[in-house]
Each structure stands twice: as structure tokens, then as C-alpha cells.
Write a protein that binds this ligand. Structure first.
Ligand SMILES: Nc1ncnc2c1ncn2[C@@H]1O[C@H](COP(=O)(O)OP(=O)(O)OP(=O)(O)O)[C@@H](O)[C@H]1O
Length: 248
């Protein structure tokens, strides 16, 4: 399989914890500009797969390449983040006492510490960038309000915005709609589709209504490797997927 044109290329990846293979000969390829939904039962290896991509966990074997040529197994977490892989964890971790705008300003690429960022006078280019991100995350009207006042869903969007501020090429988004209202869930699918116009995205999610809204290729993981892959209709009618996941 050719790596050129891929943003992420995993081939034959395995990792074991105390002899238990959490990832087992996993191969997964994401094209540049693609958005992919990853589904699968608890313990399937979704989080571990993202830990491997972000350098938090080193695989025992297999190849992990980013952007067609960068061997991620040779880099640590900080280097991988700098190279353009951004990860959003399930629980939002915004700075509650700071405004929406300051949260974004703090995350702009190059900002390393909270104090210089807060006293730093943003340039016109930074402000334009923040305007753009506020538009994408549907929070333009809330820019001067403390993040503490946002709903759970809006905090998730703000954190996605903070990720965008770091200008990643690939975004890994873990269960973004857990705990959201139906309206927020629907809007999150639209928001991620907007982002996917200019970024590659992997979304891990259990909410099948949301995955359907995304309308992208789906990979179902099970026991550390790919069980089924294709359109949601294809994957969800796969008997093995029904048996281990959807039918439960
Ligand atoms: N650091 C670790 N040490 C030992 N076992 C681990 C470690 N990390 C993950 N595992 C095990 O590896 C398996 C895969 O876990 P992982 O968290 O990747 O699954 P998941 O698909 O993300 O599940 P969920 O949907 O519940 O988040 C699980 O059986 C888990 O207990």
C-alpha cells in the first residue's frame, strides 16, 4: 500500500500491556483531507490507537506514519503535537475563568505560557484567526463571556476551537457528543464537517445518530484490530459488528 497521499498510515501495529494485546496487528489508513468515524465496543482499542498516534504509547511492532513520510514511532508526544496532530479528550478542559476569546488566544500556535499570552497584545492576524475560529465553533456572540457560563456542548466546541488555534493537520476527537443535547449533537456534526473541509479528522464516537449525521467512512474496531470498514450502512449491517457491538 502506498503511503503518499495519506495523512495517517498504520500497518501491522501491535501493543500489549502485561501480555494482553490491546492493539493487535492493526492496519488503518486515513487519506489526506478525510474524516473518519471510529466505532467499537468498550475495550476495542480506540483510545490506545489514539495514544499510539499521539506518541503517548509506543507500539511493540508495526509502522505508524504521519503525512506520508514521518515515522511517528521515532517521535515523542511533544514533537508529534508540534508536527500537527491535535487531540481533544472527552472531558472539556477549558479555562473556566477566562473569556472564550482568551481561551482561544492562549491556544494560538506559539503561545507557550499563560502569562505572556494574557498580557500579549494580539496582532491583527491573530484577531482575524480568532474571528474565523469563533465562526466555526458557533461562539462569536459569546466571545467576551467567561467560559464558565457556556453549556457543556459549547465548552466542547470551545475546546475544539482551542485545538484549531494550534493549526493541526490532523485532529483526533474523542467522544465529542457524550452528554450533549440532541440539538448540540446535530450542530457538532455540522461543525466537524466544516472543519473537515480543511483538515483531516478522526472522530471516536458511540452515538450512531451522530455518526450517521457525519456521513463519512466508518471503521469498527474490535479486540485491537479492524473488524469492519465502509459506509455506516455497510458496517452496521455486518453481522460481526451487530454481534459484538450494535446488537448489545
Ligand atoms: N495502560 C494500560 N495498561 C493495561 N491495560 C490497558 C492500558 N491501556 C489500555 N488497556 C487495555 O487495553 C484494552 C483497550 O482499551 P482502550 O481504552 O483502548 O479501549 P477503547 O476502545 O478506547 O474503549 P472505550 O470505548 O471504553 O473507551 C482494554 O482492555 C484496556 O483495559
Amino acid at each position: 500500500m502506498s503511503m503518499s497521499g495519506t495523512i495517517l498510515y498504520l500497518d501491522g501495529v501491535s501493543v500489549a500491556f502485561d501480555g494482553f494485546r490491546a492493539i493487535n496487528d492493526l492496519s488503518l489508513v486515513l487519506d489526506r483531507g478525510e474524516m473518519r468515524a471510529i466505532i467499537g465496543p468498550n475495550g476495542a482499542g480506540k483510545t490506545t490507537m489514539m495514544d499510539i498516534v499521539t506518541g503517548k504509547t509506543r507500539p511493540d511492532s508495526g509502522e505508524v506514519f504521519f503525512d506520508g513520510q514521518i515515522d511517528l514511532t521515532r517521535h515523542d508526544e511533544a514533537e508529534i503535537a508540534m508536527m500537527g496532530i491535535g487531540r481533544k479528550f472527552q472531558k472539556p478542559t477549558v479555562f473556566e475563568n477566562h473569556t472564550v476569546e482568551d481561551n482561544l488566544l492562549l491556544s494560538l500556535k506559539g503561545q507557550r505560557s499563560i502569562f505572556p499570552a494574557l498580557f500579549y497584545r494580539s496582532s491583527a492576524a491573530d484577531r482575524r484567526r480568532i474571528d474565523d475560529i469563533l465562526g466555526v465553533i458557533r461562539l462569536g456572540a459569546r466571545r467576551n463571556e467567561p467560559a464558565a457560563g457556556l453549556s457543556h456542548g459549547q465548552k466542547q466546541w470551545l475546546e475544539i476551537g482551542m485545538l484549531l488555534a494550534q493549526d493541526p493537520k490532523l485532529l483526533l476527537v474523542d467522544e465529542p457528543v457524550a452528554g450533549m443535547t440532541d440539538a448540540e449533537t446535530f450542530e457538532t456534526a455540522r461543525l466537524l464537517k466544516d472543519i473537515a473541509e480543511t483538515h483531516s479528522v478522526i472522530v471516536v464516537e458511540h452515538d450512531m445518530h451522530f455518526v450517521r449525521e457525519l456521513g463519512v467512512k466508518v471503521t469498527c474496531l474490535h479486540e485491537g484490530s479492524v473488524l469492519s470498514e465502509g459506509t455506516l450502512d455497510f458496517v452496521s449491517s455486518d453481522e460481526r459488528v451487530v454481534e459484538v457491538y450494535l446488537g448489545r
